[in-house]
Write a protein that binds this ligand. Structure first.
Ligand code: ADP
Length: 474
């Protein structure tokens, strides 16, 4: 409804403006015409009063292109100039004296007449003897177009087309072709061009209604784009918030998990230490066993703390790697040695296949050892009924692929990509009861990337997992 109203008022405004413009243009044409003709009559009067009137008038007519024909008649209808009517003119111009009202004959002045098909401008002037005569002029149409209409109308700045229609509604002049344009308005000229009209047309497709429609279309498009942007913004904001909330949850889980992780080995160490201190352990063999437990738990504690510290260094961008060529085989052996007791305790069947003749690799042995330890630790932590650990190394694609495989719980396919994210731990039920901070694999990922290698996982829930570190030989 408001669109229709808008269209209507745009149309109204447009027509009003068009009418104003048309009136102004018509006024201008009339003024120019009148000015020219008044001057002509003024000079004609002078020539009529002068000696050798006929010659003088003839010259004047010759130099006035707008005047096609001139006849000067007295009040009785007798021809004063020229000597005789041209063919057919008597019927038209002969009627002029009778058409002039008596008052005009007395006072003088001009009258624009339409006689039959012709428009005649008549002016009552004084002849040499002081008697009034009437000068009747038929205009030259070509001169009118050229000298008056072209000059006044062609320069008009408007999107509409201006045309001039004569008293028989023939189009005498137009600024552009109007065949396919729609008429907007028409106004009559003043007396100078009696029954002539100045008409305005609008080119097809440029009407105010079409303009409104175009604008509405632009606004609608802009509005749609804006809506799309807002929607995209909302979705983005929502996703960001969700990520932030998720991160906040993971962080708080991380703190709880780490504290718990640290507490368990500490209590074991403390309990065994206290027992030893109180001298309750009598057999030497048992004492040795207790010492081993304390050492193992402290090592575990160190590993945990190293993990957290390294993780914080990585996060802060402060982790440095000391690269030096080193062999893989001793690294694997030392790492597995550190896990010898838990592996044995949990009844793991360990299978190592690391050829000693593998090429050396430029690496930070401590960092890679730590990554490997994290993988072995996970294999133990996330084991199920079947307890097996296979560590193997092979040459592949210009590097060494080191794999750690277990027959444990496995990882659901859709989570496999996320386990390398910091703090991420697979679905709570699976990991419940299994201690962990969620930074182990993030650390592995970072270490491997820093060495120009990659880490991949191949796992199936219920069957087991295989993590493979590939490091390039440089
Ligand atoms: P966490 O401290 O929880 O062990 P990690 O970054 O080492 O953190 O591991 C991320 C998650 O990946 C673990 O919570 C676990 O769910 C899963 N995961 C890692 N290794 C294994 C594996 N060998 N078997 C099954 N799941 C694993």
């Amino acid at each position: 409804m408001s669109l229709r109203q808008w269209e209507r008022s745009a149309d109204l405004l447009f027509r009003e403006q068009a009418r104003d413009m048309a009136s102004m243009a018509a006024e201008k044409v009339a003024m120019v015409l009148r000015h020219g003709e008044d001057e002509f009559f003024f000079r004609l009067e002078a020539r009529l009063a002068g000696a050798n009137a006929a010659r003088g008038v003839e010259e004047l007519v010759a130099e006035s292109p707008l005047v096609a024909r001139l006849y000067v008649l007295d009040r009785a209808g007798r021809l004063v100039y020229p000597a005789a009517f041209r063919d057919g003119d008597a019927a038209v111009f002969g009627r002029v004296p009778a058409e002039i009202p008596p008052a005009v004959w007395e006072r003088g002045g001009r009258r624009d007449l339409v006689v039959g098909e012709h428009v005649i401008v008549a002016a009552v002037l004084k002849a040499r003897d002081g008697a009034p005569v009437v000068a009747a002029v038929a205009r030259d149409l070509e001169a009118l177009k050229r000298d008056v209409l072209d000059k006044t109308l062609a320069s008009l700045e408007a999107p509409t087309i201006v045309a001039v229609l004569d008293h028989l509604d023939r189009r005498v002049w137009s600024r552009a072709p109007v065949e396919r344009a729609e008429p907007v308005t028409a106004v009559t000229f003043r007396d100078e061009l009696p029954r002539w009209r100045l008409a305005l047309y609008q080119p097809a497709g440029f009407g105010p209604r079409q303009a409104v429609r175009r604008q509405v279309m632009v606004f609608t498009a802009a509005f749609v784009v804006l809506l799309a942007l807002i929607a995209a913004g909302i979705v983005l904001a929502w996703r960001l918030t969700r990520r932030e909330t998720e991160m906040a949850r993971l962080k708080s889980d991380f703190v709880a998990n780490v504290s718990h992780d640290l507490k368990t080995p500490l209590s074991v160490i403390r309990m065994f230490g206290e027992t030893l201190e109180m001298g309750r352990v009598t057999s030497e063999a048992q004492r040795q066993e207790y010492y081993r437990v304390i050492t193992r738990e402290s090592e575990r504690l160190s590993r945990l703390i190293d993990n957290v510290l390294d993780f914080s260094r990585i996060e802060g961008g402060r982790r440095r790697y000391d690269m030096a060529p080193a062999a893989i085989e001793p690294l694997v052996r030392e790492t597995l040695d550190a896990f010898a007791i838990p592996l044995e305790q949990h009844g793991f069947k360990v299978d190592v296949d690391v050829p000693p003749d593998l090429p050396q690799i430029r690496m930070d042995a401590d960092a890679v050892g730590q990554a490997l330890a994290n993988l072995v630790d996970n294999a133990i932590k996330y084991s199920g009924e079947r307890r097996a650990l296979r560590v193997a190394a092979v040459r592949r694609d210009g590097g060494v692929a080191l794999s750690v495989e277990d027959d444990g719980l496995g990882i659901p396919r859709d989570e496999q990509a996320r386990i390398f994210e910091k703090f991420y731990r697979v679905g709570r039920s699976e990991t419940q009861g299994r201690r962990g901070s969620g930074v182990g694999l993030a650390l592995v990922h970072h270490v491997v990337e820093a060495h120009g290698g990659r880490v991949t996982v191949d796992s199936e829930p219920g069957r087991g997992s295989r993590f493979t570190l590939w490091l390039p030989v440089r």
